[in-house]
Design a protein around this ligand. Structure first.
Ligand SMILES: Nc1ncnc2c1ncn2[C@@H]1O[C@H](COP(=O)(O)OP(=O)(O)OC[C@H]2O[C@@H]([n+]3cccc(C(=O)O)c3)[C@H](O)[C@@H]2O)[C@@H](O)[C@H]1O
Ligand SMILES: Nc1ncnc2c1ncn2[C@@H]1O[C@H](COP(=O)(O)OP(=O)(O)OP(=O)(O)O)[C@@H](O)[C@H]1O
Ligand SMILES: [Mg+2]
Length: 265
């Protein structure tokens, strides 16, 4: 009985491992196919110090060992994010660059806001969000500038929970060429991170867009990734959380649809 149990547990652990190995292989093969199809030379990703970009960094390094790049782009960033991003790059041995966007953001947001102020057009309720989304879009512009230089594709980090809720900046972190994690729940991203050897500090920290001081995804959304994952897996969740998730999904449909076109003449 004891032996059978032990074998059973081992069997389950091995099965789990093989499934993860298969998922990683599936994504690595797909990344390589996308590079071949696009006739480009490689892949790059913005590495934030968070778990989603950590997983993507590991995947692109596996797919294109000599033609992959991680770009760290602090923008008035706080805390240990850059240290965590460097630990991620070291954990998968990917080539990396750091491009600080703080000054660029100051200048551009300052110019835009001064102009709006002079015209008495500032909407103070929207200022923090506008500031935050500009950070995400400066990162996108930076990634595309490096991607053009290298002839690489820009790889996105959105997971299923973020894609479903639209929790990303349109044409910011959502402005990418390919998005390998889009079928994975946040929990599955965490499992893949463990399998790939992402540092524990990165796996265990609270998800944050890092767009303003103290921002965490779950505080801003008003629900948790655990709830979103459960909902996406078809499990029942409290009414309050379901309403929040449905409202986010509905409000962000335009982000998943892409550019709106009129009906043809
Ligand atoms: N119905 C509609 N049809 C077509 N376009 C529509 C539209 N409604 C708004 N829009 C456009 O979309 C814009 C609003 O969308 P958007 O600019 O994305 O802005 P929005 O969704 O308001 O804000 C982005 C959200 O994503 C979060 N975020 C951003 C970046 C990274 C992460 C992260 O997890 O790391 C999270 C951020 O904290 C914030 O909650 C509007 O300004 C308007 O231009
Ligand atoms: N400081 C940064 N440097 C480089 N890229 C960044 C930075 N901040 C955000 N990004 C890019 O924007 C993406 C979206 O951020 P998001 O917070 O959703 O992912 P994450 O930080 O990788 O994981 P988590 O959601 O757990 O914080 C990141 O995955 C990364 O590609
Ligand atoms: Mg983050």
């Amino acid at each position: 009985m004891v032996r059978a149990n032990k074998q059973g547990i081992k069997g389950i652990a091995k099965k789990g491992m093989n499934q993860m190995e298969d998922k990683v292989k599936h994504l690595v093969d797909w990344l390589q196919a996308k590079v071949a199809e696009a006739k480009v030379d490689g892949l790059l990703v913005g590495i934030s110090g968070g778990i989603d970009s950590a997983v993507v960094a590991h995947l692109i390094k596996k797919a294109m060992p000599d033609h992959s790049l991680g770009v760290m782009m602090p923008c008035k960033s706080e805390g240990d994010d850059l240290v965590h991003a460097q630990a991620v790059a070291a954990s998968c041995d990917i080539d990396s660059l750091t491009i600080d966007l703080s000054e660029t953001h100051d200048v551009l947001f300052g110019t835009i806001n001064e102009t709006l102020e002079k015209a008495d057009l500032v909407n103070v309720e929207q200022t923090r969000l506008a500031d935050a989304n500009l950070r995400a879009r400066l990162r996108m512009s930076t990634l595309y500038t490096v991607a053009t230089n290298h002839r690489y594709l820009v790889v996105g980090t959105d997971n299923l929970a973020e894609w479903h809720t639209g929790y990303f900046t349109k044409y910011g972190d959502g402005g990418v060429d390919i998005a390998p994690l889009v079928h994975l729940t946040k929990g599955e991203v965490r499992e893949m991170a463990r399998y790939l050897g992402v540092p524990d500090t990165v796996i265990d920290k609270k998800p944050s867009a890092g767009l303003w001081e103290g921002q965490t995804d779950e505080n801003e959304m008003g629900t948790t990734y655990d709830m979103i994952d459960r909902y996406l897996k078809g499990e029942s969740i409290p009414e309050k959380d379901r309403k929040i998730i449905d409202a986010m999904h509905q409000r962000s449909q335009h982000k998943r649809d892409g550019i709106g076109f009129p009906p043809a003449f």
